[in-house]
Design a protein around this ligand. Structure first.
Ligand code: NAP
Length: 268
């Protein structure tokens, strides 16, 4: 039996175990997905222990995504983003990936949203904003990062090819943009009556991905749909980072529908 898992603290409410176990069941794989919650300063030790114990793969979440960088051999994307969310132990040294980046790109393309050559606004410059900005720039979009703390947006933009940065007063750029990603926590329960982007900037030519998945239908997505925009909820982003990790570990196409069903059953 192969053992996969999630390294984080806390991990109690993670949606990943049922999503991955649904994939194993759908494909008849002899595998389990379990959670590990080491002390906040024990990320590197945990990775070493996992390798010793013969664990096949780990996802990594808050607060360890940066800490494990030095404990693995990161691929180009993980190195540029500065965060690892997936570790593959099948080689001589643990290899680190960042499937959050592919998760953003695949969530959008799954909904037939074209990224290449488009103007994108990412609101937020934390972990999710970083992944989204790299995903969109790598897929050929021109990226503007708008963040409450302007310095944080500027620091991220300096790392992302061609990106520009500003404060929330630059959100009027959404009115001329093709793509919008909300990578802030604004709109998340229990503050679901809030929105990160004024409705007046939303328009029919826009595709909106909201990283927030609790609730699944945020005020931003509701107002975007009312404005005629294409909407993609945060569960798609969460799904496709898991799909990408599964495919990295197993070399097989993931059973996307089974994983999506398991994920949404929990969110419902
Ligand atoms: P983070 O690193 O803590 O960053 C939080 C971001 O939200 C920062 O840009 C912060 O701005 C901004 N922000 C917070 N409160 C704000 C407010 N009242 N007004 C304006 N901006 C505000 O968090 P994260 O890990 O990036 O997560 C952000 C959201 O994405 C969360 O809701 C999380 O659940 C979601 N997420 C979803 C997925 C998925 O797969 N769907 C994956 C990761 C995260 P400052 O820099 O000014 O503080």
């Amino acid at each position: 039996m192969q053992v996969f898992g999630l390294l984080g603290n806390p991990v109690e409410h993670s949606l990943s175990p049922p999503m991955h176990e649904a994939a194993y069941e759908a494909l008849g794989l002899d595998a389990r997905y379990v959670t590990f919650e080491p002390a906040p300063d024990a990320a590197a030790d945990a990775v070493e222990s996992a390798a010793t114990l013969g664990i096949a793969g780990l996802n990594v979440t808050i607060p360890f995504k940066q800490d494990v960088l030095d404990a693995v051999d990161p691929d180009d994307v993980a190195r540029r983003v500065g965060a690892v969310n997936t570790i593959d132990f099948s080689g001589a040294t643990p290899k680190g990936y960042n499937t959050d980046v592919a998760g953003v790109e695949r969530a959008l393309t799954h909904h037939d949203v074209v990224i290449e050559g488009r103007d994108a606004v990412v609101v937020g410059a934390g972990g999710a904003g970083r992944g989204a900005a790299f995903a969109l720039a790598d897929a050929g979009a021109s990226v503007h990062i708008a963040n409450r703390t302007v310095e944080r947006a500027e620091s991220l933009a300096a790392d992302v090819p061609g990106a520009t940065a500003g404060g929330l007063d630059t959100l009027d750029r959404v009115a001329e943009a093709d793509l919008l990603v909300n990578a802030t926590s604004v709109g998340m329960e229990p503050d679901e009556d809030e929105t990160p982007v004024p409705a007046e900037h939303l328009h029919p030519g826009l595709a909106v991905l909201d990283a927030v998945y609790s609730p699944i239908e945020t005020r931003l997505l509701r107002e975007a749909a009312s404005a005629g925009a294409t909407t993609v909820d945060g569960a798609w982003m969460l799904l496709f980072q898991g799909v990408e990790a599964f495919e990295q570990w197993t070399g097989r196409d993931a059973p996307v529908d089974a994983m999506n069903e398991a994920l949404r059953a929990q969110l419902d």
